[in-house]
Design a protein around this ligand. Sequence first.
Ligand SMILES: O=P(O)(O)OC[C@H]1O[C@@H](O)[C@H](O)[C@@H]1O
Length: 299
Amino acid sequence: MEMVDRNGLTEREFLEQYRAGDYERPSVAADMVIFAVADAGQGEDSGFPEKELRLLLIRRGGHPFLGKWALPGGFIQPDETADQAAARELSEETGLNDVYLEQLGVFSDVGRDPRTWVISCSYMALLSSGRLQVQAGDDAQVAAWFKVSYRQLAEHKERLDKGYVQTWTYELKLSNEGEELKAVISRTVTARLNSKSAAYTVQLNDGLAFDHAKIIACAIERLRKLTVDSDIALHLMPEQFTLPELQQVYEGILGEQLPADEFERRVEGLVVETGEYADDAGRAGARLYWRNWEVTPEK
Ligand SMILES: O=P(O)(O)OC[C@H]1O[C@@H](O)[C@H](O)[C@@H]1O
């Protein structure tokens, strides 16, 4: 016998009389933090171009935040999943389909979009070198790559009775030919006997739309953590690369210089020699490597 609920309705009857409009519903957007590595002038020692971490932003051509820089993103359509919307946005912006893509999280601060209730499901994408060209946006938007700098300004830890509150404050700087966007973001972790939570707060925001400074900070921290714990940084490299190039990418992501032995320890087993060189002189630093597909690193 078909089950009925407390009002005597079968599931079909319940669905027929269900009025979705009785409940307020949010719009959901998919936003993309797209990272790539680019050449940044000639290196002094190597003779090869230095590498730097960059991020793609779009200058908004309409309200709200007209003229401010924003992450590429848009509303999820009723006939697609959040992952599909993210892949579609990425393809529209870059023309690329086979790209490293992972969900960062859901950003739902009340009032994050002044138009209405909009929740952002945000993603991080990594483009390998040489895939930086951006397609013209569909509505005359200006897209540009910004150099990423994210450095810690302060750290504060306070003991609680049984726990602690720890706050790290970071300065985010995104620069692009004469333009510099700045934000100060803090991340607070509160740990108690039975719980632990983390929250980001934007303390200063000069030039970025919506809560995108917070989403970018979250993406950089995720990328840093995964660079230490996994082989994720290799998704930013071309098929073949030298160790000095890979070291520069690690340093660009982590925001610090790595001693040679520490860098070698981090990438040990992740890459193998191709047997070829990036120049004719056959210098050790020009030896070419590629990803080691034989091992699934446990790191
Ligand atoms: O760019 P339009 O389509 O105006 O709106 C989409 C943006 O609205 C914001 O809440 C989201 O973060 C997303 O980036």
